[in-house]
Design a protein around this ligand. Structure first.
Ligand code: APR
Ligand code: PHB
Length: 388
């Protein structure tokens, strides 16, 4: 078969790109390795920048997000129990973030595309000829091999996807930092302890009290990379979380049975460039941020926005400028989000190999943040999202 843009991967990046292109009248085929149910079972972060919200609104998929998402105007940083509220709204000149789960957003995008060309459970997807004028994507489904001829391929297939893996050795330069810990996350149907998210630095390790709604929490504790989820009963998790929070917060916190529990490693990663002839990388296929600061989904959305503009320029306006500048434009924003996510991670975690000097520096960083409006402004403008 033939299409204009073959999009590999139906996570939020691939789905949103497909929606934006289809609205401009461009033919898309979306290819996904997993089933729709599997894609919807993955639990990811849930904080949307204003720019992400605006893009989803422009795409016409924002109705449920506005009805069910909760706007937040601040976050709390707790440093060994010392609380500091960052007034995101005031310090960013009137911007908010919207707390809405990525899983819900993925569902909205999937529902919106009902009936549009998609192949789920596509096996052995391979991208070929992207350095020629006639790229092809092949895949197997139900034992048959299919060939898709296209003008462009969008690699939106996440960190472990095939798009980046199919590049010749040396074509991409990669930059990586792997952190010596992970996050153990729990979801539970209890009301959040506070109206806003609490990011906690503690000698025992980082903790985060987040939420999905006014009746569902998502909480994390920093853990060793080899943590066995089975060794963490719900009671053990809640006890450890309480130890990392201020006593009055710990005392007020409601707990309940977990409905999901998993460990995720922390990594910073960027591949450069993002364009290889007629293949473009976007989202987690191109970069990973540690979750501290919740930039992963938002960065995927800004990549997709730039890429959609480039492809619409090509197909609808006869202009190559957007595609030519895609990589540099996206990377400029990606590296700033990498910097911010790294900074939040360094401030808030207990580093196993970090000595007393490093811990004093973290304390000084926190004290500086508490005493400086300028430092709070830097945090706020990055948290709500730098300009797109
Ligand atoms: N063929 C087809 N699809 C694939 C392949 C493959 N070989 N490999 C992976 N995929 C699919 C995955 O199953 C997944 O559904 O690509 C999709 C990638 O989705 P995500 O990993 O969610 O990445 P992305 O869409 O870039 O989303 C951005 O923001 O919050 C962060 O990391 C979080 O997923 C989030 C990301
Ligand atoms: C989440 O709710 O899962 C979440 C929120 C904020 C983060 C990371 C994760 O920084």
């Amino acid at each position: 078969m033939r299409t204009q843009v073959a999009v590999v991967g139906a996570g939020p990046a691939g789905l949103l790109l497909a929606v934006l292109l289809e609205q401009a009248g461009i033919d898309v085929l979306l290819l996904e390795r997993r089933s729709p149910e599997y894609v919807l079972s993955r639990i990811r972060a849930g904080v949307l920048e204003q720019g992400t919200v605006d893009l989803l609104d422009a795409a016409g998929v924002g109705r449920r997000m506005h009805a069910e998402g909760v706007p937040h105007e601040g976050i709390e940083i707790s440093f060994n129990g010392d609380p500091l509220r960052i007034d995101l709204f005031k310090r960013s000149g009137g911007k908010r973030v919207l707390v809405y789960g990525q899983t819900e957003l993925t569902r909205d995008l999937m529902d919106f595309r009902t009936g549009r060309p998609s192949v789920y459970e596509a096996e052995d997807v391979a991208v070929e000829g992207f350095d020629t004028a006639h790229p092809r994507v092949t895949y197997r489904r139900d034992g048959t091999t299919h060939v898709v001829e296209c003008d462009f391929v969008a690699g939106c297939d996440g960190f472990h996807g095939v798009s980046r893996a199919c590049l010749p050795a040396g074509a991409a330069r990669t930059f990586e930092r792997v952190y010596p810990f992970g996050w153990l996350g729990v979801m539970a149907d209890v009301p959040p302890v506070r109206d806003e998210l609490i990011y906690a630095h503690h000698e025992r390790g980082f903790a985060l009290c987040s939420m999905r709604s006014r009746t569902r929490v998502r909480c994390y504790i920093q853990c060793p990379l080899d943590t066995d989820v089975a060794a963490w009963s719900d009671a053990r998790f809640w006890d450890e979380l309480r130890l990392r929070l201020a006593p009055e917060v710990a005392a007020a916190m409601q707990t309940g049975p977990s409905i999901e529990k998993s460990v995720a490693p922390l990594r910073s990663f960027v591949a450069e460039p993002l364009r290889f002839g007629r293949l473009f990388l976007a989202g987690d296929a191109a970069h990973i941020v540690p979750p501290t600061g919740a930039k992963g989904l938002n960065l995927a959305a800004s990549d997709v926005r730039y890429l959609a503009e480039g492809l619409i320029g090509h197909f609808c306006e006869g202009s190559e400028a957007g595609l030519d500048h895609y990589s540099a434009r996206a990377l400029a924003r990606i590296w700033k989000a990498e910097r911010f996510s790294w900074w939040m991670t360094e401030l808030l975690h207990a580093f196993p190999e970090g000595g007393a000097f490093d811990r004093r520096l973290q304390r000084a960083e926190f004290d500086y943040l508490r005493g400086s409006e300028a430092a709070q402004t830097v945090l706020a403008e990055n948290y709500v999202g730098l300009p797109v």
